[in-house]
Design a protein around this ligand. Structure first.
Ligand code: ADP
Length: 170
């Protein structure tokens, strides 16, 4: 199944769970656009959009088949603007399944020619989410093998800048 796949998400921040899906996706698709969303209503990000983009770009700087973009508005409209027909998503848990099923059916209803392709998480990443990473980082726990170094570096810089013990995010 060649072609372009769009891998959308918040990537707040990117983790090895995401990276694993992208690496495996590159064995199936010719190229992958990592589409970082910035208008998720009610979802406040810890990292700014620019920071999220720069961490993903740094991670894939040597992979020519990966493009990093941002989008707002409907995902199906964004796909249309890129002439893409495939959405790539990862699945970890039953909770993911329920949400993803609803999203993929809604997208199908809005745009009948778009297909969502799901890839199961690799077992060792099944617990891994951006939220749990932020929790571990805040509490000073080890995140080796869970996120690229650039994420740890930027997180620590932001934390120092905020000069407060209170850090909130969704
Ligand atoms: P969103 O806010 O849209 O859920 P995320 O950045 O949290 O965006 O996730 C983007 C995609 O990556 C989703 O399909 C999500 O299920 C998948 N994903 C996140 N973490 C993992 C993981 N550890 N293993 C497999 N897929 C994952």
């Amino acid at each position: 199944m060649p072609g372009i796949a769009v891998y959308p998400g918040s990537f707040d921040p990117i983790t090895y769970g995401h990276i694993n899906i992208i690496d495996r996706g590159l064995k199936i698709f010719d190229s992958i656009i990592i589409a970082i969303s910035y208008n998720q209503s009610g979802k406040k990000s810890f990292f700014s959009l620019e920071e999220r983009v720069s961490m993903v770009q740094e991670t894939f700087k040597d992979e020519k088949r990966v493009v990093v973009e941002t989008f707002k508005g409907l995902l199906v409209d964004y796909l249309q603007s890129r002439n893409a027909k495939i959405i790539l998503r990862g699945l970890r848990t039953v909770a993911d399944f329920e949400f993803e099923l609803q999203m993929s059916l809604a997208n199908k209803k809005m745009s009948g020619n778009i297909e969502t392709v799901f890839m199961m998480t690799e077992g060792k990443y099944s617990f891994l989410s951006s939220s749990i990473i932020k929790e571990i980082l805040l509490l000073g726990g080890p995140v080796k093998d869970l996120v690229p170094d650039v994420v740890v570096k930027l997180f620590n810089e932001r934390l120092k800048e905020r000069k407060s013990d209170i850090v909130s995010w969704e």
